[in-house]
Design a protein around this ligand. Structure first.
Ligand code: PLP
Length: 331
């Protein structure tokens, strides 16, 4: 991981059961260390950040949710105004799990150091690490803590970790036998970590560029087949594996179910929430009209997705919309 992300040393990493644990750990450690203060998160964070943030609010912290603009980028003017001497934690995700939009973490870091130099800067980098090149020292020099999950880069599910910048002290979350130098107790999940290490070693930037080409070609095809399609966030920096779009008049969940029956899995609403369907929170935070947000589908490519496969998806979409008028129209 240290090589993949150009971290200062291998000791900067603690391993966890994944980003959910790493995010919860961050908030629990801040609650223990500070007792009071203000905490800034963005309006589009994953539930594994929002829920711990709510816990801090119950404990008396002033939790401020910073809005995003219509492209899904954090409003830096509002962010600036919300920072102060009392800010103890800022947690802004690196890349969004619905749209793939990247947040300007370097700029955000500079603003924090200018206005709240003592605040801890955490990023939920789950969608970024393994899906784009990240250099922790030159790209995100002010980030203190970064959460990640191995399955985002073809590692095993249920494992991940947190990067802790040298000099940053955080209270342990799990207490017990003092493993990982006391930072995270419990017997180490060696097989999963071996898998994570292989996935990190095999990661190739070139594959990301090829994936971006497949995604762009897919979106060109989408516009050609469905001129009314709205592709979300195409005008701002986003992950090369994500395409989030709405076909007006369609109900996203129903179209996704129909595609699944044909062996094609696409996302609706938020990634990484098992079972329950969530309204597409990020699109709503961007002020996308509710009906259009409900129509959204998220196609997540992997490095092994080919243009032939995305062409099959386009054909299935066209067939389904032609043959099943019931897919359109809310009920
Ligand atoms: N944060 C983001 C942005 C995610 O997309 C996810 C889903 O993978 C998580 C956190 C939670 O990760 P995990 O389920 O591996 O704990």
């Amino acid at each position: 991981m240290a090589k993949l992300l150009n971290a200062e040393a291998p000791e900067c990493f603690s391993f966890t059961s994944g980003a959910t644990e790493s995010n919860n750990w961050t908030f629990a450690a801040v609650a223990k260390a500070y007792k009071t203060g203000s905490v800034l998160i963005s309006a589009i964070e994953h539930p594994s950040v929002c829920e711990p943030a709510k816990e801090l609010a119950h404990l008396g912290f002033n939790v401020i949710e910073v809005p995003v603009d219509q492209h899904g980028v954090v409003r830096l003017d509002v962010f600036r105004a919300a920072l102060g001497a009392e800010t103890v934690l800022v947690s802004i995700m690196a890349a969004n799990n619905e749209t793939g939009v990247l947040q300007p973490l370097a700029e955000i870091g500079d603003i924090i150091r200018e206005l709240s130099p003592a605040a801890i800067f955490h990023t939920d980098a789950t969608q970024a690490i393994g899906k784009m090149r990240v250099d922790l020292q030159s790209d995100w020099p002010e980030v203190d803590l970064a959460s990640f999950s191995a399955h985002k880069f073809h590692g095993p599910k249920g494992t991940g970790g947190i990067y802790i910048r040298p000099g940053i002290q955080i209270y342990p979350f799990l207490l017990g036998g003092g493993q990982e130098e006391g930072r995270r107790s419990g017997t180490t999940n060696t097989p999963s970590l071996a898998g994570l290490a292989i996935a990190a070693t095999e990661w190739k930037h070139a594959s990301m560029e090829a994936m971006a080409n497949v995604r762009d070609e897919f979106e060109i095809g989408l516009k050609a087949r469905f001129p009314e399609v709205q592709i979300h966030c195409a005008g701002v920096q986003r992950l090369s594996n994500t395409s989030c779009f709405s076909l007006p008049g369609v109900v996203g969940e129903e179209l996704a179910t129909a595609l699944a029956a044909q062996g094609i899995i696409v996302g609706v609403g938020s990634a990484c929430s098992s079972g329950a369907l969530h309204p597409p929170k990020t699109l709503l935070a961007m002020n996308v009209d509710y009906t259009l947000a409900r129509a959204a589908l998220r196609v997540s490519l992997s490095t092994s997705t080919s243009s032939e496969q995305t062409a099959i998806l386009l054909n299935h979409l066209a067939d389904l919309l032609e043959k099943s008028p019931s897919l359109t129209g809310l009920h």
